[in-house]
Ligand binder design. Structure first.
Ligand code: NAD
Length: 491
């Protein structure tokens, strides 16, 4: 296929009870290619009734799945990893078309998700609990891990493949069943693809269900997911605003929700840092995936003696980066996900400039391709000074004392990831320890992540932790006691 020939849109169905089905009434919506503006796929536009069918399927599949032996369950996760690895090239192409992700980020995501599946394959063999000491003679007490039941998974579009799998893998590996509702901007890569892989691997019908919906039509599906007593908990990754709304809904029904939310990630460059490595790290951390990753660096704080030299090199590197067709393997950056995203990035820059900020690189866009943008002199009252603008825009600012850098790094409601660049590692650890952030990287980018790390934020960035810590979120600890002797009671 050449760029001049528009491909026929794919036609997808959704996964309920092991069947690939249309939405009730057969409605569909157009899933757009953010670079070309062509229709990538026609996707089912579900209603509340579809959501209920998916919930019922997950509920019915739960007892048998929870009881499945460790060896059988492990084999399914390992098979899913092999399938994903086999499909890597095809998936990289599809991610470019559906989400605008350039090859390097897509390949990272495939590798990450394969690792996640292989690691989760070991979960069924982890100890299922522990023995607890009892104060009562002859009482034997056990804390036993149990799955929760049906989990509602809600995934974002940005790290579509990695986060789509993260939304389902730990809950499934703990013995739960899942209804996954992917973002309307990536219904395939953040949802239906997980269904395809798990179905081919042999996961039993109903264990994973995937339902898709048109933009603006999440309401009835969310109502079913949050009001149903059959759904016991939620795994949400997305913006802090949506996370806050969904946490309130979950709280109303006294159900737990894992939250992985937005970030505003500072990078502190101390005057003793390696300049070239700091610039390389900052370029990657600020602009990878066009700044559409929760962990992208949003503010670079540079100790004054290094500021001018850092800025000069950083701006030159930023100006040399170009966004283009993500389907072209030579493109390092692709487009933003949709026109709303372009408008929001442009607005963030405009507000800063209106307050006196200077644009030293970028600031313009063509179609949905936004130039990597560097701002200085951003006034503290501009929203972009402390709020996440989800695109390739970064602020660079000098500081004079370590305390000032720490205060500036903490001057946001978010707390996902931070980095400190310095020749003095202990100083890096000490400063990093004072940043309110779920993750701190000394001499590394704010962005990264491996499936086994305790990934997660503090403050408005959420409270979930992934890696093996996710087991705590997606299982209950039940107490079982056995009284070996007849006991004496006060009544
Ligand atoms: P979003 O909050 O707009 O959407 C996320 C998901 O929530 C989508 O599936 C969407 O359909 C759904 N949703 C929206 N409103 C809903 C409602 N009322 N009821 C139920 N579901 C609803 O976020 P996004 O634009 O898809 O993703 C980008 C955001 O996610 C950024 O803020 C980014 O920082 C954050 N993010 C965080 C992490 C993390 O691990 N901390 C990872 C990736 C993205």
């Amino acid at each position: 296929m050449t760029a001049a020939v528009a491909a026929q849109p794919r036609k997808f169905r959704q996964l309920i009870a092991g069947e690939w089905v249309e939405a009730e009434g057969g409605r569909t919506f157009d899933d757009m290619n953010p670079f070309s503006g062509d229709v990538f796929a026609e996707v089912p536009a579900s209603s509340g009734a579809d959501a209920q069918r998916a919930i019922d399927a997950a509920d019915q599949a739960f007892p048998a799945w929870a009881a499945m032996g460790a060896r059988a369950r492990q084999a399914l996760f390992l098979k899913a990893a092999d399938i994903l690895e086999r499909r890597a090239d095809e998936i990289v192409r599809l991610m470019a078309q559906e989400t605008g992700s350039a090859a390097a980020f897509s390949r990272f995501q495939v590798q990450w998700a394969v690792g996640l599946l292989r690691q989760a394959a070991g979960y069924p063999y982890l100890p299922g609990g522990e023995i607890v000491q009892s104060d009562t003679p002859g009482v034997f007490a056990m804390a036993v891990r149990k799955p929760l039941g049906v989990i509602g998974g809600i995934s974002p579009w940005n790290g579509s493949l990695a986060l789509g799998f993260r939304t389902v893998v730990a809950p499934l590996a703990c013995g739960n069943t899942v209804v996954l509702k992917p973002s309307e901007d990536a219904p395939f890569c953040a949802g239906l693809l997980m269904g395809e892989v798990m179905t081919e691997a042999g996961f039993p019908p109903g264990v994973l269900n995937v339902i898709t919906h048109a933009p603006g039509e999440v309401g009835p599906i969310a109502d079913r997911l949050f009001e149903s007593r059959q759904v016991r908990a939620y795994n949400f990754t997305g913006s802090s605003a949506t996370g806050a709304r969904l946490a309130a809904r979950a709280g109303q029904h006294l159900k737990r929700i894992a939250l992985e939310l937005g970030g505003y990630n500072p990078m502190i460059v101390l005057k003793d840092a390696d300049l070239d490595h700091s610039v390389d790290t900052a370029i990657f951390a600020a602009f990878f995936h066009q700044g559409q990753i929760c962990m992208n660096t949003r503010k670079i704080l540079v100790e004054r003696p290094l500021f001018d030299a850092f800025l000069e090199r950083f701006v030159a590197r930023a100006r040399a980066l170009e966004a283009g067709d993500p389907s072209n393997p030579a493109s390092k950056l692709g487009p933003l996900i949709n026109d709303r995203a372009v408008a929001s990035v442009a607005k963030g820059i405009e507000q800063a400039v209106a307050g006196g900020a200077r644009v030293l690189a970028g600031g313009q866009y063509t179609g949905r391709c936004f130039e990597p943008t560097v701002l200085v002199d951003v006034p503290p009252h501009a929203p972009i000074y402390r709020e996440e603008v989800f695109g390739p825009v970064v602020i660079v600012e000098p500081f004079d004392s370590e305390q000032e850098a720490i205060d500036k790094a903490n001057g946001t409601d978010f707390g996902l990831s931070a980095s400190v660049m310095t020749a003095d590692v202990w100083k890096g650890i000490t400063i990093g320890g004072q940043i309110q952030s779920g993750m701190v990287n000394v001499n590394g980018p704010t962005m990264g992540g491996e499936p086994q790390i305790p990934f997660g934020g503090v403050k408005d960035s959420g409270w979930a932790r992934f890696g093996r810590w996710a087991i705590d979120m997606f299982s209950d600890l039940n107490l079982v006691t056995v009284s070996q002797n007849k006991r004496q009671y006060p009544l």
